[in-house]
Design a protein around this ligand. Sequence first.
Ligand SMILES: *[C@@H]1O[C@H](CO)[C@@H](O)[C@H](O)[C@H]1NC(C)=O
Length: 329
Amino acid sequence: MAAVRSRRGGSRLLPAALAAVAVFLVMRFTSSTQCQLEHATAVGGGSRSSAWPLGSSWFPGSQPLPSMTQRCGDKVDEERFKAYTAYHPSIHGWMADQHPGVLKALTELQHEKCIVGSVGEIGTHHGRFFFALAATAAPDEKLLAIDLYEDQGKNIDASGGTDTSKRTEFKKHAHALGWPEGAITILSADSTTLTPANYTTHGFPAFRLFSVDGGHAYETTLSDMELAARIMHKGGIVIVDDFVNNAWLGVLDGVVTFTRTTKTGYVPFLWTCTKIYFCHRSHHEMYLDFVRTKYDCTSSSSLRPPSYSIGGVQLCVVDPKQCTWSGLQ
Ligand SMILES: *[C@@H]1O[C@H](CO)[C@@H](O)[C@H](O)[C@H]1NC(C)=O
């Protein structure tokens, strides 16, 4: 349970954590030789641990996933969304109550802008956030859940705990929420071994929403983000959990490194309740303008304007005091 407490506790430590980001960035980019050495010997990240990616290419030769046929104006199923909102506190997991609403608002914008595509997550645990993603999907937007499930021996940092009942719990909640058997593709896999081609093979069009909440080590985070950014629809959104959370500095390290080094064009536009939302540079202005109209991006008195950017990219930062955490954690 220690991990549970610290995951929550981290949300209250944003100012300290942002200061840590600043110190970290100064150290990182003034003393890169030492930092790279440390990374080269870091534990974890599965199969990619020996392939420090800076300056090299991830997934060489990978092709963009085909997009779904474009159409505009899909509506979120209000009944299904309401049912999920009432149900989610009974799903074990760590998710602020605000996120389903954020996903719904962003989905409505996407559908208005004719952005349709698959919906998925790496690291579903019992599905608390996954079913929020799923609740936004149009009937033909495919759903993909990836976790190690029974294979917890590969969970090198024990993120999300190591219980082996994840699949049973996930399916129980899927059933309770009315998802028919087979509506959700459940993939048990070490995400660091996947490539964009795997998603094509499994028949997934380019993704509209994708959540990265698997291994919280630096290399796993970076690998999962690089993979996610390559399977997205051009207007898709990648969401990364536990940034900023003092219990999971590997995520902090991975997200910042990704933002500063990725060649995918993915950039952050929103930080709220420990999740950071990324989109392609071509859609950054659209999403940033949108969230600025929906949320108070300037409410945290302890923040100063320079804190509102990472890697030179502006983002909306919502005061963590506005986040609430209910139900099972
Ligand atoms: C991903 O693709 C590789 C190469 O085709 C294959 O060996 C591997 O089994 C695939 N993984 C999954 C989970 O489908």
